[in-house]
Design a protein. Sequence first.
Lengths: 237, 237
Amino acid sequence: MVNPSQDAANGSAVDQIVARIRKLIETDGLTVGDKLPTERELCETFATSRNTVREAMRMLKAYGIVDVRPKVGATIVDQRMNRAFDIFSFNVAEVSRKTFDEIQGFRELIETGAALHIFSAATPHDLASLRAINQQMVQARSVVEASQFDLQFHTELIALIGNKSILDIYGIMTPVILRIMQRGKTRRIIEGETFREHEAILKAIETSDNLAYQYLMRTHLRAGLATFADEVESLDG
Amino acid sequence: MVNPSQDAANGSAVDQIVARIRKLIETDGLTVGDKLPTERELCETFATSRNTVREAMRMLKAYGIVDVRPKVGATIVDQRMNRAFDIFSFNVAEVSRKTFDEIQGFRELIETGAALHIFSAATPHDLASLRAINQQMVQARSVVEASQFDLQFHTELIALIGNKSILDIYGIMTPVILRIMQRGKTRRIIEGETFREHEAILKAIETSDNLAYQYLMRTHLRAGLATFADEVESLDG
DNA sequence: GTGTACTCATTTGTCCAACCAACTAGGGGT
DNA sequence: ACCCCTAGTTGGTTGGACAAATGAGTACAC
């Protein structure tokens, strides 16, 4: 289910066409900006009906692989990031407690575990930049705005690891993380707790104090968790 | 482009149907596990053709909102997380040194950072299972087979964390990790190094020896890295 | 020669009708 | 009461049709 290759093995004609179009893109060396054959040409090439091809194109479109414009055709793009982004912001009116725990658990592993990487990578300039973001957060007028700076703080911290894969994953999770932040952090941000915690974390980085950093970061992330739990309970009661 | 609501404003009939189905789910209070009306019913409800409904269903399927089973119907699910990560598993053709570093760096953060979670979650049964996998690995005939057991060992370790998102991410990375393993670990597995390292890690888990666990796991992962580097150099030279 | 307006083939979007294969439920026979 | 079989339902696929908008080529006016 997780592995897309299973889709091909699925035997569903549409999934097979999706796979064959992907292979076509690969073998023909098509890249971003190139145009795909027309739907009718694809029908002929793959000996299938146009509806099947169209459903396959819908999949590729949903995946952000192609951008199809009416009366013009399909061009290859790479909007996968945006699409993954879309999917998360799709219908998440409710962030389940389970989702919250998973995301925060993941963040805790990454952000506390990355201590040594961050210590060795952080320059004075980086620290100044992080402090500036922290300042902007506390000066933000709305919770939404403040949450964005909060997330930016953590994202730039992660960027210091220098691992693009991890940064990508953070990018995907952005909508959910933002929602989580906006939900429970109203009072914390206003009262300056988040600001002070960020400052303490920065100080730990400056002094390369691993123990302090890990403790502060963990506490920081779990503080949000506690607030979230309160919110949920207050909604329940 | 990023905002899904634009799809609805797009005017495309399919996108409108997608939006209306989402609204239907919301107003009817449908949740995960519930069944959607049949395609033909949706045609009638929305006064549209079946192809349009089907293309809309393809979108919802691609987004991980519904799971459609032939001859049965569409049930509501929430696999958005999986789907979002799926999208990135599209082009994993080449494993560059950079990709390798990033993946292994990610694994190091997760697998060493998860020590305490693993200690508290691991039961004797889990440990026995892991030992069995390790045995199967060393008895495997081919490198491919051995790599699969090697990955299974690590995956089951990660499963002990109890964080489905992380497990999903591992699922996505599976092809790349396997490629990495198959590439550089031939001699290591045959010589039993990997087996012994796994055993040592299990012993550290049994005794809840955090320091030993983290050291052994880090060394284990970086050993693979060194082998990979050798392979690359030998290919270059 | 140049620029404009027009025509027309092309392409995607949508719809319709039909058939297939598999699953489900219910009836009929034992 | 149990089993088998049949008919209806459902998603999967096909082929064909028309509408609307685009873009390219052409004819015409100046």
